[in-house]
Design a protein around this ligand. Structure first.
Ligand code: C5P
Length: 398
């Protein structure tokens, strides 16, 4: 998402500056282009040598170095976004008042890109009336302000004033400046993970689905600007973006109700969950006791969510199912597409090594109503998700 995005990072003199090394690493992993400006005070907290080694470029500190003038106007124009982290109380005050006695401030005043600041200071400074006023002034300039966090402070006190953690700065960047707009305004429902069908208070019937494919789809839809509701069975995953609405539940029945409640308002629905096909007819209130003879359970069919949504589907809604087949794969998947009234089926094959349950990779074949077939060879689930979405966009508009 941040690949080739131009990030200008300004560092000021606050103890949290040491954490910026982590932010730089994270940005580099995302293949962003990074330039760094430091105030002279910041160099007391974090070494310019470490930072310049990481980004393999000079770190700008002074207006003049080696007889050349650092062009603050071009730095500000080069950037897609200017992050000032940590923002010290001193630099905050100067920014609010339009002062310009160092390169970072000159760049701030001439920057035409969005500016994001992550203040970091002691609690009493944070609560001082002057700081409150300066923060409000920065807001009035249209700058984005990250709230400070509560916790251990360098002074030894506990309280408000900690700079937002680097991973959350990265998240804010992605959510607020770099989402695509291919699906802006579109509402998307995704189901993910397994379902657990209770036998008694401690036992259930489940399956090996990890939820990784569904969560990767949720991320990829969100990154393209969609409003995402992710309905998930029990998984060991958290949502990547705050803006994704996650509904966590257990059983096929709960998943059915959650999907039926909201399907009407959806533009796209992708049923990626490995929903149990059967549930025990009755759930024992007490834990079943061990007996000498075996145990017989009567199972009844669960409701087929995909099929139920297919029956309700309006012409402007696009419905996608997943299929996991072990024999006659394409034929069975196509039959599923027709019988469930889906627009597209993503076929997982357990025969492909590295594809299917629990893995980070997948290989799929995509089938549509017209009999078109697209094969996506083994790639990470993230990459597969991005490609599936591009195919959905094409087919939904076709
Ligand atoms: O019929 P089968 O379970 O193979 O179909 C798989 C597709 O149907 C997947 O998209 C899955 O999420 C969906 N499904 C469902 N509700 C069920 C069973 C499957 O939505 N009870």
């Amino acid at each position: 998402m941040l690949k080739n995005k131009k990030i200008l990072l300004g560092i000021t003199g606050s103890i949290a500056a040491y954490k910026i090394i982590l932010l730089v690493r994270m940005l580099m992993k995302e293949n962003a282009e990074i330039k760094i400006i430091m105030t002279p005070a910041a160099t007391q907290f974090v070494s310019p040598l470490v930072l310049s080694t990481l980004i393999q470029d000079k770190v700008a500190i002074d207006f003049f170095s080696e007889n050349t003038w650092a062009n603050h106007v071009m730095l500000g124009r080069w950037a897609d976004v200017f992050i000032i982290a940590p923002l010290s109380v001193n630099t905050l005050s100067k920014m609010a008042n339009g002062q310009c006695d160092n390169l970072l401030l000159a760049t701030y005043l001439s920057a035409t890109c969005p500016v994001l600041v992550a203040p970091g200071m002691d609690e009493d400074m944070w609560h001082h009336a002057a700081t409150r006023k300066n923060i409000e002034t920065l807001k009035s300039y249209g700058n984005h302000i990250l709230t400070v966090q509560k916790g251990f402070l360098a002074s030894g006190l506990q309280g408000e004033g900690r700079m937002e953690e680097p991973e959350n700065i990265l998240l804010y960047l992605k959510e607020n400046f770099f989402r695509g707009n291919q699906l802006q305004g579109k509402k998307v429902l995704i189901t993910a993970g397994p379902t657990y069908e209770a036998i008694d208070p401690v036992r259930f019937i489940g399956n090996h689905s990890s939820g990784k494919m569904g969560f990767a789809l949720a991320d990829a839809f969100y990154e393209q600007g969609a409003e995402v509701t992710l309905v998930s069975g029990p998984v060991h995953l958290g949502k990547s973006y705050r803006g994704i609405q996650l509904i966590s539940l257990h059983s096929a029945n709960e998943m059915y109700n959650a999907c039926m409640d909201i399907f009407e308002e959806m533009d796209i629905a992708v049923m990626c969950a490995a929903v149990a096909d059967f549930q025990p007819e009755t759930v024992s209130k007490e834990k079943l006791k061990k007996k000498d003879q075996g145990l017989e359970l009567t199972l009844i069919q669960t409701q087929d969510i995909l099929k139920s949504l297919g029956a309700l589907k309006k012409p402007n809604q696009f419905l996608v199912g997943f299929a996991l087949e072990t024999e006659n794969e394409n034929k069975n998947a196509l039959q599923k597409l027709v019988s469930k009234n889906a627009d597209m089926i993503v076929l997982n094959s357990l025969r492909d090594k590295g594809a299917g349950f629990g893995t980070d990779t997948n290989a799929v074949t995509i089938l549509d109503k017209s009999g078109n077939e697209t094969t996506l060879p083994l790639e990470t689930k993230k990459e597969i998700a991005q490609k599936i979405i591009q195919i959905i966009i094409q087919k939904a508009h076709a």
